[in-house]
Design a binder for this molecule. Structure first.
Ligand code: PHE
Length: 340
């Protein structure tokens, strides 16, 4: 057997036993390395041979080189194939496997209740009107008959930026803005939005809350019209079994004025822990718009009159869903929020 045939055989044996690229690398160097590869060395002795033998040896050596290179490439491909097959098996992605469910968000209960109120009243012909949360003293108080020094101001203890500018304490200033904008009655608007008062957080009140105000200005409106509208709104939202009542009260911007209560949804009015044994939940105030307030809005009280209400959206959500602590709405606890 010639030297190159022997080397080839030896190399092929080593290649067949190799199990990694680096082993193949070592074998390649060992046989075909530029300086000390065994096949290379075979060729370097060629100069000493007599010319006739040179060609034969050169050919044999080149043949050996090609064979070894071929075997190296084939073995590399084989190892790579095995590696990929192994990955395919161990790291396979089962595309039929059901994915992890993605949590789906939903609309906050207060927004839900606000939108329901809007829908009920829009169906009655009311339009949504928005006003600024940073209000002037005039819109928030003066135009509503609550002048400086009026004892009723204590009910709207407010956050001031300057003596003129404050966070609105109720949505009633939007009554004035709506009258000024629309000018010509009939006016039927509701105005939902955030309000702020200097109150410490407790189970029934917060320093920030939402109200939805309603204002109707037309000819010959009565307390009966107002009560009918509010009863319709409450029963549309909560169900026909709920009762409502008005109690005489006082607001500088309405005359007469009332507090508005809804029967407790848990005890049905007989009194329980949730309604603090009253049987009723207070949701807000209402009344017939004071003539001076109409005038402040640019409307002649000789020709027009109106009614208005301002209800707390949190209070409405509490009485709708039988929640007994207002703070729950703002704690962002999903165990609470996911119920709605
Ligand atoms: N603005 C009053 C409040 O915040 C509620 C109200 C509005 C009362 C409209 C009567 C008419 O307490």
């Amino acid at each position: 057997m010639s030297a190159s045939t022997e080397l080839t055989k030896e190399a092929l044996g080593a290649i067949a036993k190799a199990h990694s690229d680096s082993e193949l690398e070592t074998i390649a160097l060992d046989y075909l390395g530029r300086k000390s590869g065994q096949v290379t060395r075979l060729l370097s002795g060629i100069g000493q041979l007599e010319p006739k033998k040179r060609a034969a040896l050169g050919q044999a050596a080149n043949e050996a080189k090609r064979t070894i290179e071929g075997a190296l490439a084939a073995r590399r491909a084989e190892l790579e194939g095995a590696r990929l097959a192994d990955i395919a098996e161990t790291e396979a992605i089962d595309i039929t496997f059901p994915g992890a469910p993605l949590g789906r968000g939903h609309i906050h209960v207060l927004t839900q209740v606000q939108r329901q109120i809007e829908t009920v009243l829009e169906n009655l012909g009311y339009q949504v009107e928005l006003g600024p949360e940073v209000e002037t003293e005039w819109y928030n108080f003066e135009a509503l008959n609550i002048s400086a020094g009026h004892p009723a101001r204590e009910n709207w203890d407010s956050f001031y930026f300057t003596p003129e500018l404050l966070l609105r304490a109720h949505t009633s200033p939007v009554q004035i803005r709506a009258m000024q904008r629309i000018k010509e009655p009939p006016i039927y608007i509701i105005t939902p939005g955030r309000c702020y008062r200097r109150d410490a957080p407790e189970a029934t009140r917060l320093p920030y809350f939402s109200q939805v105000e309603g204002l109707a200005v037309d000819r010959g409106l009565t307390v009966g019209d107002m009560k009918g509208t509010l009863l319709f709104m409450i029963q549309s939202l909560y169900g026909k079994e709920r009762k409502v009542r008005v109690r005489p009260s006082y607001f500088p911007f309405t005359e007469p004025s009332f507090e508005f209560d809804v029967s407790c949804g848990i005890c049905g009015g007989s009194g329980c822990k949730s309604c603090r044994h009253k049987g009723w939940l207070e949701v807000g105030g209402c009344g017939m718009v004071h003539p001076q307030v109409l005038r402040n809005g640019g409307i002649d009280p000789e020709h027009w009159n109106g009614y208005a209400w301002g209800f707390g959206i949190e209070r409405m959500a509490m009485s709708k869903h039988n929640v007994d602590d207002i703070r729950l709405f703002y704690e962002s606890d999903l165990r609470f929020l996911d119920q709605f």
